[in-house]
Every structure is written in C-alpha cells, then in structure tokens.
Ligand binder design. Structure first.
Ligand code: ZN
Length: 215
C-alpha cells in the first residue's frame, strides 16, 4: 500500500531481473538473479557479461575521482566533463562496479560512488576465478576462433556470428550485444549452453567469440 508504482526491468532469459518500487521520496530496488545459488559470489560471470573496454589505470582513476566529487553522475555527463569516449567511461565504471566501489542506480539511471568495503575488493583474485574464461583464452591463443559476421542493427545491437575449431569438430555460434555491450542473446551447440543457456553465465565458446570481436 505504500508503493505508488512498481517498475520491472527484465533483461532476458537467464539474466537478472530488477524491481523498482516508487515509495514517494525514496525508491527501493530489488535485483533477483538466477545465478545467486551457484555463482553470485564469483565475480567472474558478471564480469564477463559487462563491457570490457580496456582502460588504463590513470584514466580509470580520473573517472572515479570525478564521480566521487559529484557522488552520482550519468556516463554521458562524465564523458562530457572529462572529454573521454563514452565507451572508456563505461569501461572504467564497470571496473569500479566490479570492485564494489561504484554502483549503478537503475531507477535514476546514474552511477554512484559507494565503497562497499573499507578495503577495496581483491580484483586480481576475483577476476579470473572462472574456468570457462580460461578455456576461452585458450581458444583465442590457439587461433581456433573465426568471426564470420559482425552486423549492427538499427536498434544499435551488435550481432556476432562465428565458428570455433574444436579438437574433433567445427561449431557455429552467434551472440547479440546490446548498446552497452551486454550480452542479450546467444546460441551455441555445446552441452554447457544447451543445459544452462545464460543462467550460469556464457559458455567458453561464446566468451571466445566475444573476445575475438574485441581483439
Ligand atoms: Zn558453447
């Protein structure tokens, strides 16, 4: 009876959903993820779904310092203030979000400076705690991945198709990235993907295809 309205944000099959309740002067956001039981604490999977622009430490620091000065800002405002590309700002904010020092406010669509713990989380330990990412890296390093199509649709979604040479066979796969480079749709013939879809994060092949695209 207190909430004036409730907005539901759905990202797609196997991806988290968010509920924003409007309580007048304040709003309450509840995020539910199907990965909670198994993988939530392993940052790897979230990491892999988010933008991965390579941003150097100094630039990251500039973005974080600017955000700390204003406490909350949109990526577009930050990119204007700092004269940096939106992709770079997003990459820096994603890195700090993964480190638990910045959060995204879904209701206001802004990033906020918010230190989750007194000591920053140990990113090096969290980052590569995922066997599938190691597998994907091996495919890339052995040049087994071929990107066959890269198509941007009118909605700004990027569709990637490709194939990967496995030991005994060649597989075809495809994935879609939304405007903010988050994985929104994917298909791979492997068992992992057939069984889990994106519920436990993408399979090593989809990861490899994505890595090949940003190379
Ligand atoms: Zn796969």
């Amino acid at each position: 009876p207190i909430a004036r309205k409730c907005t539901v944000h759905l990202l797609g099959t196997g991806l988290p959903s968010f509920y924003v309740a409007d309580l007048g002067p304040l709003s309450f956001t509840l995020g539910l993820s199907g990965w909670t039981a198994n993988d939530w604490s392993r940052a790897g999977n979230f990491d892999l779904m988010a933008p991965r622009a390579d941003v150097d430490d100094l630039t990251k620091r500039r973005v974080f310092d600017a955000l700390k000065r204003s406490w909350c800002d949109t990526p577009d405002e930050l990119s204007k203030h700092l004269d940096l590309d939106r992709r770079v700002v997003f990459g820096a904010l994603a890195a700090y979000t993964q480190a638990g020092r910045v959060m995204f406010d879904l209701n206001k669509q802004v990033f906020r400076a918010r230190e989750l713990s007194r000591e920053p989380l140990p990113m090096e330990q969290l980052r590569f705690a995922n066997e599938r990412e190691a597998g994907a890296t091996r495919f890339i390093e052995s040049n087994a991945v071929t990107l066959t199509e890269r198509r941007l649709d009118t909605a700004g979604h990027l569709h990637l198709s490709g194939r990967i040479q496995l030991n005994d066979k060649l597989i075809n796969l495809r994935l879609t990235l939304d405007r903010d480079e988050r994985l929104s749709n994917a298909d791979c013939p492997c068992n992992w993907h057939k069984q889990n879809k994106l519920y436990q994060g993408p399979c090593e092949h989809l990861l490899a295809l994505r890595m090949q695209h940003v190379r």
